[in-house]
Design a binder for this molecule. Structure first.
Ligand SMILES: Nc1ncnc2c1ncn2[C@@H]1O[C@H](COP(=O)(O)OP(=O)(O)O)[C@@H](O)[C@H]1O
Ligand code: SF4
Ligand SMILES: [Mg+2]
Length: 324
């Protein structure tokens, strides 16, 4: 296989928020990963574990508290204004909520055309034609350009959000739970559209979701986040075949199996309690309070992400021990 080209490298990325006088909320706390050109990296974890913050910091929408985001060889947090504008032409984000992410007072045509105007890509008839092409590309039609967001369903609005992101022909798109707010019946349509567009335009995706079943179909590799940390990282096939971290195993057991008999037989591993607060987190493994295998070592020493099998990384003392 040809050597894969790294498009983005995230190194020890941290994003902390100051909350109150002496409290620090560690939303993203030392995350590492690479995204290869043309692949989809899935990022999963419960609500509040830091996925959106990670995506926004990777996009440069938040300053990083620490670490680096190297995009095509350059740290995006050290760019000057001109370079930053160039970067925003190459990287785009699709937001979770198709209801609040589109300006209700702008026509669909102007929403899609905004990026084209900012980057001065084309004007007049050519711009109009481009907007029509984009609408058709995402499965809408040219008449929709003169309408307003409220006239559309959730699924259609997400298609508008996708067209807006594609308007400037980016290479990389952060898809932040693009289907979570949609009816189950149209989630697959939007995922399939994203896959089709990726193939047509050789796009690279960071695809964020809160449940594993959603990322399975689209991701080449998957990272599992827990409370600001990456706890497991592997190819999609490997992760689904053999999840190793106790948190991933529990998440996986919550995915319904389509076969009713197998579903009845299946053991669900409940995760006790709520996700703890990321404010002034305790030392040790952040999953310890909810992990049925937790030992004193877990409560004292933070497990590092380590390669326990080829290309399969886990941050867990027990898993390391079992796979020695
Ligand atoms: N702008 C902010 N200021 C303070 N805290 C924030 C901010 N954005 C997110 N957080 C907190 O950071 C943590 C991670 O949030 P987020 O990245 O939105 O998680 P996810 O996308 O996985 O649901 C949460 O505890 C959230 O309350
Ligand atoms: S390090 Fe310990 S507490 Fe954390 S997941 Fe592994 S066994 Fe559970
Ligand atoms: Mg989020």
């Amino acid at each position: 296989m040809a050597e894969r080209q790294v498009l983005i490298e995230v190194k020890d990325l941290k994003k902390y928020f100051k909350v109150g006088k002496n409290a620090v909320l560690k939303a993203v706390d030392g995350v590492n990963f690479k995204i290869y050109k043309g692949e989809t990296l899935g990022l999963v974890g419960e609500s509040g574990c830091g996925k959106t913050t990670c995506g926004k910091t990777v996009m440069g929408l938040y300053e990083a508290t620490g670490g680096q985001v190297i995009f095509d060889g350059t740290d995006i947090h050290s760019l000057n204004r001109r370079e930053k504008k160039e970067f925003t032409k190459r990287a785009q984000i699709i937001f979770q909520d198709p209801y609040s992410s589109l300006n209700p007072r702008m026509t669909v045509g102007d929403i899609i055309g905004e990026g084209i105007d900012i980057h001065g890509l084309c004007h007049g008839k050519e711009r109009e034609e481009k907007i029509h092409e984009l609408l058709e590309l995402v499965g809408l039609n040219r008449e929709h350009a003169s309408r307003f967001p409220h006239e559309f369903s959730g699924g259609q609005r997400q298609r508008i959000g996708i067209a807006r992101a594609l308007a400037i022909e980016p290479e990389f798109i952060v898809c932040d739970e693009p289907i979570s707010a949609l009816d189950v019946s149209i989630q697959a349509q939007v995922v399939n559209l994203l896959i089709e567009l990726q193939q047509k335009k050789n796009l690279t995706y960071l695809f964020i979701a809160h449940d594993l079943s959603m990322v399975k179909h689209i991701s080449d590799r998957v990272g599992v986040m827990y409370l600001g940390n990456m706890v497991e990282f592997a190819s999609s096939d490997e992760l689904y075949a053999e999840p190793l971290h106790p948190y991933t195993t529990a998440l996986m057991s919550a995915i319904p199996i389509p076969d009713p008999d197998a579903e009845k037989e299946k053991k669900r591993i409940p995760i006790e309690g709520e996700i703890p607060s990321p404010i002034n987190p305790k030392p040790g493994c952040r999953f310890a309070a909810r992990c049925r295998y937790a030992t004193d070592q877990c409560r004292q020493e933070t497990p590092e992400l380590a390669e326990v099998k080829p290309d399969h990384f886990v941050a867990c003392h027990r898993t390391m021990e079992l796979n020695k």
